[in-house]
Design a binder for this molecule. Sequence first.
Ligand code: SF4
Ligand SMILES: [Zn+2]
Ligand SMILES: [Zn+2]
Length: 292
Amino acid sequence: MRCKLCRQKAVYAPLRFCKEHFLAYYEKKVRRYLESTHTRNTSILIGVSGGKDSSALAEVLAGLAEEYGLKLGLLCIDLRIPDYSDKGTAVARTIAKRTGLKLHIVDMRDWPRATPDFANKKPCGPCGTLKRYLLNKVAVEEGYAFVATGHNLDDEFSSALHNLFQRNVGQLRRSQKKLPPRPELKLAGRVKPLYYLTEKENRLFCLLRGIPHDADECPYSMDNPQLSFKKRAVFGRDEKRNLLKSIEQLQRPAPDIPVGEEAGSLHACPSCGYATTSKDACVFCKLMTGER
Ligand code: SF4
Ligand SMILES: [Zn+2]
Ligand SMILES: [Zn+2]
């Protein structure tokens, strides 16, 4: 198969691109995200796990940082999952060296009470909470305006569909492609620059650019209900993109009501001061005090 633009050998069958044109397409999608969300002249803490998505994200953003005026840093949370976390942390260190970005590491040995019980059959719920909490906490403490995650089109599509199936409309309205910072709630903003790129495209970007990444999945991923749902949600790239675009339209705020207000009653946790939707202390504080 030949590239549809230059007739060189194609490396990406779905769009018939050669290496050079695939890399240009990939970067164009990230530029489009930054431009459509007006993400410029700001600071972003990128969560890196060592997997293909977050590694690709760190490298592509590092390449665009100067042009878009982005001050970037990396955060790796070492969950201490046996036979898994060490590899991810090692990759994060290599990515930091390659990109020259500052790497913050949170070692779960420092948070023994909050560490999910990985022997438990369902560690993913608390693990996800913990990762979101710590990413935000480090961003706020270190002065980053936004956190960036490697969420891709497949992740966003399956979580949107899951929320629809669960009638989880509040969550659906909150999971937008960009959320602004809310300093009064110690809440960093959120950006997902790989929002319109698929998992396959991120993997290929890593391979073509020689970006190190750990191809292994977390040993608990089989117990992760969101991941198993994702495997069932088999649709084409355009269908996925179109569903997300439809949801974006639905997410536009109703007149006079800011989306953040309407979508959930976010307030400051009485114990740690970070934003939460739970009625009293946030889940993290409950974990710390053994209430959960
Ligand atoms: S699969 Fe579950 S346990 Fe493993 S890192 Fe993801 S959320 Fe945590
Ligand atoms: Zn080409
Ligand atoms: Zn709290």
